[in-house]
Design a protein around this ligand. Structure first.
Ligand code: NAP
Length: 211
């Protein structure tokens, strides 16, 4: 598949790009600055410079799928949560529809199912994620919304637990998060589904089959 990755230079994004390329997908890596291009080329992607706070419609042209793994980051305020985490994701929903990219995977977050129950400081972020998720779910695209717990930089183990609601909080390495995203890409049983994921004791492929 030809896949647009938003947030490609991010910590999860780089794993996504590398794994997609290793699996033979054509990757278009959305980056904010030309300086980031050599890194993404080395990982096997064709970079495209674009800013989610501006017009990004063209970035999905010719793509079969979009993976949204961008975000304003923990240092960004409520306004950026609206313009990037929510607005950027929603712009790419529109771009995907316009260009016939039927598949869309959203990297959401655990807690987005019920933003009000999260810590107050997290609410703008969780609300932005929840709204973007809702827009995607209503888009008519073949969507999957993946809600990881707290991300860590540990090496991936390939072992997770995944379910629409896990009923607990926890952690998962960024590498395993990327692996489950790529594994879900062409698995039709994940179309139209929203699920949480944490480190666990089930192989990623098996965890996906059970969804
Ligand atoms: P990250 O390293 O901060 O990556 C975010 C990426 O988004 C960066 O590459 C950044 O570009 C890009 N970005 C920011 N603003 C942009 C804009 N205006 N236009 C285009 N790109 C823009 O985040 P991560 O740790 O990989 O997280 C990946 C995803 O997981 C995010 O959606 C995050 O919300 C979600 N998540 C995080 C956690 C957690 O524990 N941290 C938990 C659950 C879900 P630059 O490289 O140029 O800065």
């Amino acid at each position: 598949m030809r896949v647009l990755v938003a947030g490609a230079n991010g910590q999860v994004g780089k794993h996504i790009v590398r794994i997609l390329a290793e699996e033979g997908h054509e990757v278009r890596a959305m980056i904010r600055s030309e300086d980031q291009a050599p890194t993404l080329r080395d990982l096997g992607a064709e970079p495209i410079v674009a800013d989610l706070e501006k017009d990004v419609t063209h970035t999905a042209e010719g793509c079969d799928a979009v993976i949204f793994s961008a975000g304003g980051g923990p240092g960004s305020g409520a306004e950026k949560k609206e313009t990037i985490d929510r607005g950027g994701a929603e712009k790419l929903v529109e771009a995907a529809r316009e260009h016939g990219a039927r598949r869309y995977i959203m990297v959401s977050a655990m807690g987005a199912a019920d933003p009000e129950s999260g810590p107050e400081a997290m609410q703008p972020y969780l609300l932005a994620k929840a709204r973007a998720d809702q827009t995607l779910a209503e888009s008519g695209l073949d969507y999957t919304i993946i809600r990881p717990g707290s991300l860590t930089d540990e090496n991936g183990t390939g072992m997770v637990e995944a379910a629409p609601s896990l009923g607990k909080r926890g952690e998962i390495p960024r590498e395993d998060t990327a692996r489950i995203i790529v594994a879900a890409l062409e698995r039709e049983n994940t179309f139209g589904k929203t699920f949480e994921v944490l480190s666990g004791d089930t192989r990623i492929e098996e965890a996906i089959d059970r969804l």
